[in-house]
Design a protein around this ligand. Structure first.
Ligand code: ZN
Length: 356
């Protein structure tokens, strides 16, 4: 609109009648008066143009609201590695009052209020893509369709971030819950057809067992089915590789066994040029509550006592060493550091930065 109002300018009467072609007559007082008049008219035209531009900008306030956010990815450099946090979406109504255990409603409410939140909260589901140079590695794969319509955005966000799923060489899963392995499949096919899937040996033995599925209570069967349906096709294609505690998956990427949340829950340690990123998987589900109170557990923990012990140990180490942390369920992009505070800890989100 601004362009069109400026385009009006050439059609305005810049040449007034007294500006008839010069006849060659000597300059007179009348000529001089005409020039003054010209300047005044020129100024008036300028003012008019300004008003038109102003009117045009006022009209722009009627633009419809865009109603979208940019694609869910955020990228940093970690030494020589490029790390991209990918959003799979959110769980819009995540009730901490219903799901947290080893706590009280008053403790949960107070911790949420301190962060200007109330129950239920909106829970992030994040995954991390690491380009080491030689290999493109995804850590966790999101839920795809297993957790409802507000999730399953990982593939779109991966593409928007500049990569294609076929380029992914390796997928390391921190554990086999549906919001971490569901995205291995897309429309009944392997979403990452050229990737090797890496998983903890005990985790695979537990979730991929038909006997465990048969013996599981009805409420848990979908968790087993989700793992079998998502990881099974990679296993059949010879693309599932199992690891044990401490294994180096490739130079700069190794795993640390942290059982508790599940049988074979795993941290993924990324290191390049003296910088370190610890990917926590599901160590934290409720940051506003569990940082100040690390002993608070969640109903999804297979062994809540062990899960709490892993959390206490991981928080202490992260606060002491000051390395960067990435987490699947801390508010997107889920990157930050940990500071000891009082009897507990505080999550310090990573400062926004332009990629260099
Ligand atoms: Zn999870």
């Amino acid at each position: 609109m601004r362009t069109s109002s400026l385009a009006l300018l050439p059609t305005l009467p810049l040449h007034t009648p007294h500006q008839a072609p010069e006849t060659g007559a000597p300059h007179t007082a009348r000529h001089s008066a005409n020039r003054t008049l010209d300047r005044l008219v020129g100024k008036a035209v300028g003012l008019l143009a300004g008003m038109l531009v102003l009117l045009a900008s006022t009209a722009q306030a009627a633009a419809p609201m865009a109603g979208t956010n940019p694609p869910g990815f955020y990228r940093i450099m970690l030494g020589g590695f490029e790390v991209t946090s990918l959003s799979d979406g959110t769980v819009p109504s995540f009730s901490l009052q219903q799901l947290l255990t080893n706590t009280s409603p008053a403790v949960v409410s107070k911790a949420l209020e301190r962060e200007f939140l109330s129950d239920p909260v909106e829970g992030s589901v994040n995954a991390f893509l690491i380009n080491t140079g030689p290999r493109l590695v995804l850590v966790d794969a999101g839920a795809a369709g297993l957790f409802g319509p507000t999730l399953g955005r990982l593939l779109d966000n991966l593409r928007a971030s500049g990569y294609r799923p076929e380029q992914v060489d390796d997928v390391i899963v921190t554990h086999m819950h549906p919001d971490h392995v569901g995205g291995l499949m897309a429309s009944g096919r392997m979403a990452f057809p050229n990737a090797i899937v890496h998983a903890d040996r005990r985790e695979a033995a537990f979730w991929l067992s038909q006997a465990n599925l048969d013996a599981a209570p009805a409420a848990s069967k979908d968790f087993f089915r989700g793992a079998i349906d998502s990881v099974g096709p990679y296993e059949k294609a010879g693309r599932l590789k199992l690891f044990d505690d401490g294994a180096e998956i490739m130079p700069g990427i190794r795993v640390r066994s942290t059982p508790g949340h599940t049988e074979g829950h795993t941290f993924v340690v990324i290191e390049s040029e003296g910088r370190k990123l610890m990917l926590w998987g599901d160590l934290v589900h409720a940051a506003p509550v569990q940082f100040p109170h690390p002993a608070v557990t969640i109903a999804f923990d297979a062994d809540s006592r062990a899960a709490a012990a892993q959390r206490a140990k991981a928080f202490e180490e992260a606060a002491r060493e000051g390395y960067l942390v990435g987490a699947a369920h801390i508010s997107f992009p889920g990157l930050g550091r940990v500071r000891a505070e009082g009897a507990g800890y505080r999550w310090v989100p990573l400062q926004y930065g332009v990629l260099r």
